[in-house]
Design a protein around this ligand. Structure first.
Ligand code: HEC
Length: 192
């Protein structure tokens, strides 16, 4: 019967046998490296935690983004005054749009549509209404490539708050059911 396999004697053990003093250096070195490992572990954990907090803050902030709230009477009142000054000339004093707004003008461009429930403003989520008002119907983004439009960009004339306010005013003219449909659309588009 062959002898059972034995692990080769470790050099350390051989050294211990020769030297009665326990090798304290090795112990200290071990302690050093494990506390270093601990410190790295704590660092990684802290970084991960900081990242998590950051992500939560960003998520909360984006949920709190200023938006158009038709229930907010002050925002709606502010929006009406912006609308009367900047939008009514084309979209109509009562949001009714230009006459025959579904037919092309001789220029080939579209007239200004109503912003009330008879139009298609409510077919779009908030971010898109905001974007069109601020930047115009940018071809390739909000309209097909090469699209030409008479809708001006208001980014230099109006602040973001004024744009949200005017959208709140527009929404306040919609019946409850349409508001809800458009609010659902806005929520879904945020999740995408
Ligand atoms: C000079 C005329 C003019 C003014 C002023 C104007 N618009 Fe428009 N707007 C248009 C036209 C024309 C369109 C149709 C765009 C197209 O299809 O080419 C339009 C379209 C829009 C749309 C897209 C609606 C949809 O259903 O797709 C929004 C939103 C809009 N306007 C918001 C505003 C707001 C808010 C103001 C005021 C701050 C404003 N517009 C002022 C002419 C105007």
């Amino acid at each position: 019967m062959p002898r059972q396999w034995q692990p080769p004697a470790r050099a350390g053990r051989a050294a211990d046998e020769m030297n009665e003093e326990p090798d304290t250096r090795a112990v200290t070195r071990n302690e050093d490296s494990s506390s270093l490992r601990n410190r790295i572990g704590v660092g990684v954990l802290a970084a991960a935690f900081a990242f998590l907090i950051g992500a939560i803050v960003v998520a909360l902030r984006s949920g709190e983004k200023p938006s158009a709230d038709p229930q907010d009477a002050r925002q709606v009142a502010r929006g009406k005054s912006v609308y009367d000054r900047h939008c009514a000339a084309c979209h109509g004093a009562r949001l009714e749009g230009q006459p025959n707004w579904q037919e092309r003008l001789p220029s080939g461009r579209m007239p200004a549509p109503p912003h009330d429930a008879s139009g298609h403003t409510w077919h779009h989520p908030d971010a898109m209404l905001f974007g069109i008002t601020k930047h115009g119907p940018v071809p390739g983004k909000y309209a097909s490539p090469g699209y030409q439009s008479d809708m001006p960009a208001f980014g230099s004339a109006l602040s973001d708050e004024e744009i949200w306010a005017v959208l709140a005013y527009v929404k306040s003219a919609w019946p409850e059911k349409i508001r809800r449909v458009q609010a659902d659309m806005t929520r879904e588009s945020r999740q995408r």
